[in-house]
Structure formats: structure tokens, C-alpha cells
Ligand binder design. Structure first.
Ligand code: ARG
Length: 273
């Protein structure tokens, strides 16, 4: 089977005010030093990588005092040109929600208000015609029903169980319309069974790859941008015919983020809708 790349439209936020000032996931240690210049250079390399692959990257203006705003995946969910706004679990990130919402309003997207906690593409991933939705740490289960109403796509709830993999995009990566890669033990037994049923040919990652945020990868259907440290997963992906591109986001990992966290997919309305 041949794999095809699709040109993507991404939204990113420059890490101008990036820092680790609080701890809302097990990766964050406010007493450990972060190198802001290195974080910026690493982020710039990620952006460049997307541009070199032929993708379009929009930028949202970073806001002072919002050190996690670089994680644009948490800014919204965008499907068929419609936006579901976010609502963060933690007060430290609450003000990112209106910042992202205004960006979308100014860009002319119809925006639906979030009724429950949902952290955007951190927990909500489109694969083929359906949405995979994580819960357990951040996004509330109740948000999954709103998702289904807003987007009119079937929503599959997946229960996350390991606090290190607190967002769905840290435990599962959509590779193309049919295939995902995931860390089985990051999910409850029932959710593991659901994933086996839906994706019998999935790429199974191991803990070593997940711990370096290997699953926090961005795929265009052929090219997979993932942390350079995730060498085992990269080998498995290449065996399946994907082209892997390693990037080093060591500074952003100190906040519990990787390539996918920095990247929000803007999906325009399809002609068939
Ligand atoms: N420090 C951020 C938080 O804990 C990291 C967010 C990572 N984003 C993601 N899409 N997984 O909320």
C-alpha cells in the first residue's frame, strides 16, 4: 500500500514567554532550569520542518504570562472549518482559551463555546471519519458528547490511566486515515480492547519511546515528525513505509510537551459536506 502526504494547514505559537513556572503534569519541575533561547531555536526548527515539507504554518501572537501557550494543540479542535473552543482544567492555563478563541473569530471561523473541560487536540484526534477522545486526566467525559453534537462525527472515548501520558496525544498518534500508533498500557483494559478492534494493524509503541514523547508526533500521512530520541518507534514506522523526521524539543519536554503539542491542525470544510 502506498502512503501519500497531504498538505496541512497548522497553527503554532512562538515560545516567546515559555517557562516552567508551575507543575500541572508529572514532567514539570519549576525548580529545574529551562533554556529559553534553546526552546525558541528548537521550536523554530520544528516550524521550518513543516514548511520544508510543504505545509502552511499560521502563527498566533503569544501572550505574556501564559508560559504554556506554545502548546497550540490545546487551543481548539478544528474539523470541517468549524471550531470547538477549549476550556482548561487548570486555572494557570485558563486565559489561553479566550486568546485562541479570538484568533479563530478574527480568522472568520464559526466558534462553538466549550461547555465542559476539553483541551482541544491534546485529547481529541481525528482519524478517518471518527474522533478519538481521551479522558481521565484533562478533558471531561461530558465533553465527548458535545464533540459529537458539534462535529457530527462518531466519537470514541478512550480512558487514559498513566499520569505521565495525561493527554491522548502523548499516548497515541494518528499516522493516516486508517492507522495509529499507541502505547497500550497508557489505556484502561477496555480502551485497549477498543483500540485493538478499531486498529488491528496499529503500530505498538513501547514505554521507552513514549517516555521521550515519541507518540507526540505529527504525521501528514507519509512524513512523521517525531522526537529524535524516539529511535525504536522511528524504526517501526520506517518498516511500515513512513518517512520519519527526528526533531529535538528537549526544552519543551520539560513542560510535558512535544512536536504535536506545539501544532494545531486547521481542517477546512470539505467540498462533500
Ligand atoms: N504544560 C502543558 C500542560 O500540562 C503541556 C501541554 C502539552 N500539550 C499536549 N497537547 N499534550 O498542560
Amino acid at each position: 500500500m502506498t502512503l501519500d502526504a497531504t498538505r496541512r494547514h497548522y497553527l503554532m505559537c512562538r515560545p516567546t514567554y515559555f517557562a516552567v513556572e508551575y507543575a500541572i503534569n508529572p514532567w514539570m519541575d519549576p525548580s529545574a532550569p529551562v533554556d529559553p533561547a534553546l526552546a525558541m531555536a528548537q521550536w523554530e526548527t520544528l516550524r521550518r520542518t513543516f514548511l520544508d515539507l510543504g505545509h502552511t504554518v499560521e502563527e498566533i501572537e503569544p501572550v505574556p504570562g501564559l508560559p504554556d501557550m506554545v502548546f497550540a494543540a490545546n487551543g481548539a479542535t478544528v474539523v470541517d472549518g468549524e471550531v470547538l473552543a477549549v476550556q482548561f482544567r487548570d486555572p494557570q492555563r485558563a486565559d489561553e482559551a479566550p486568546a485562541y478563541r479570538s484568533w479563530f473569530e478574527r480568522a472568520g471561523y464559526p466558534v462553538h463555546e466549550a461547555k465542559y473541560v476539553n483541551e482541544g487536540e491534546g485529547d481529541i484526534l481525528l482519524v478517518g471519519g471518527m474522533l478519538l477522545a481521551g479522558t481521565g486526566f484533562r478533558t471531561a467525559h461530558a465533553a465527548h458528547a458535545q464533540l459529537q453534537e458539534v462535529f457530527g462525527r462518531p466519537v470514541v472515548t478512550l480512558q487514559l490511566v498513566d499520569p505521565r501520558f495525561y493527554h491522548l496525544d502523548t499516548a497515541l498518534c494518528v499516522l493516516d486515515d486508517r492507522t495509529v500508533a499507541y502505547l497500550p498500557e497508557a489505556f484502561s483494559p477496555g480502551s485497549q480492547a477498543v483500540l485493538r478492534r478499531l486498529f488491528p494493524d496499529a503500530v505498538l509503541a513501547d514505554i521507552a519511546d513514549a517516555e521521550v514523547f515519541g507518540l507526540n508526533a505529527v504525521s501528514d500521512g507519509l512524513n512523521v515528525v517525531l522526537p529524535a530520541q524516539a529511535t525504536g518507534l522511528a524504526t517501526k514506522l520506517r518498516e511500515r513505509g513512513y518517512n520519519t523526521i527526528g526533531v529535538d524539543l528537549s526544552e519543551l519536554l520539560k513542560a510535558g510537551g512535544g512536536p504535536k503539542c506545539c501544532t494545531l491542525v486547521l481542517r477546512e470544510r470539505e467540498a462533500s459536506k
